[in-house]
Ligand binder design. Structure first.
Ligand code: SAH
Length: 228
């Protein structure tokens, strides 16, 4: 609470404080749990996570937990963002598709690391806010679409990697089809509001292999009205 009031009157003090919180987040939550992928760690140290949550949630922005972003949605826990990012092993030439833009935080982390990010959000208000936020931050390599991400983004396919940040009951076949040869997809699969499994899918010579990684809890992947 004190930090919040100090920040209202003294912006520079605040941004230093946030920077300290960010370094501690990377050290204690991410490196301490074994993530060593340098580019991911650098991006997590750089991107100002507190600017992706509503003002009243800024104090909790660097906590070891998800944070509400409105409309019943959350920005994922920092460790989960880092874990998913490091597992797709992003390259500077990659084109990446994200399903579930939310605040735009995961997209910004990816935007630091790859050539271009295409991200889809089903809630128009969240998509609009994320688009404005990412634009104001100068991310010219991120495009936000308002749509049901189940169908992917066929016009921009294929993708080197696909990151799904909402839990699906099954892996959407259109996303598998839009994965490049040698590509990786990471997706939480399972019933809404129950423990789900984070799955890594890889495509080699047209064949798909999958690996169950971790028990997780994501908000559900919802569908456009009238879709089965
Ligand atoms: N990646 C986000 C957090 C994701 S929360 C971040 O960094 O902030 C999951 C998001 O997926 C929510 O915003 C939710 O509205 C969105 N979502 C749910 N179903 C979707 C669908 N079918 N297509 C696109 N977005 C969807």
């Amino acid at each position: 609470m004190l930090l919040f009031f100090v920040c209202l009157v003294a912006q520079p003090v605040c941004s230093q404080n946030y920077q300290r919180l960010r370094q501690a987040m990377v050290h204690k939550q991410i490196q301490a749990r074994g993530i060593v992928h340098k580019p991911t760690l650098e991006a997590m140290r750089k991107v100002e996570r507190h600017l992706f949550v509503p003002k009243e949630g800024r104090e909790s922005a660097y906590d070891d937990s998800p944070v509400p972003i409105g409309y019943g949605q959350t920005i994922s826990q920092p460790y989960i963002v880092a874990y998913m990012t490091s597992l797709i092993d992003p390259k500077s030439t990659d084109r990446v598709l994200e399903i579930g833009t939310g605040s735009g935080y995961q997209a910004a982390i990816l935007g630091e690391l790859v050539d271009s990010v295409f991200t889809i959000e089903i809630i128009p208000e969240l998509a609009r806010a994320a688009r404005q936020r990412l634009h104001a931050m100068g991310y010219g390599n991120i495009r936000v679409a308002t749509d049901d991400g189940y169908d992917g983004w066929p016009k921009k396919a294929p993708f080197d990697a696909i990151v799904v940040t909402a839990a699906a009951e099954h892996i959407p076949p259109p996303l598998l089809a839009q994965l490049k040869e040698g590509g990786k997809m990471i997706i939480p699969v399972g019933s809404p509001f129950m423990v789900q499994t984070l799955i890594l899918v890889e495509k080699h010579q047209g064949k798909l292999t999958s690996r169950n990684l971790l028990a997780v809890r994501f908000v559900p992947l919802t569908r456009k009205k009238n879709t089965p």
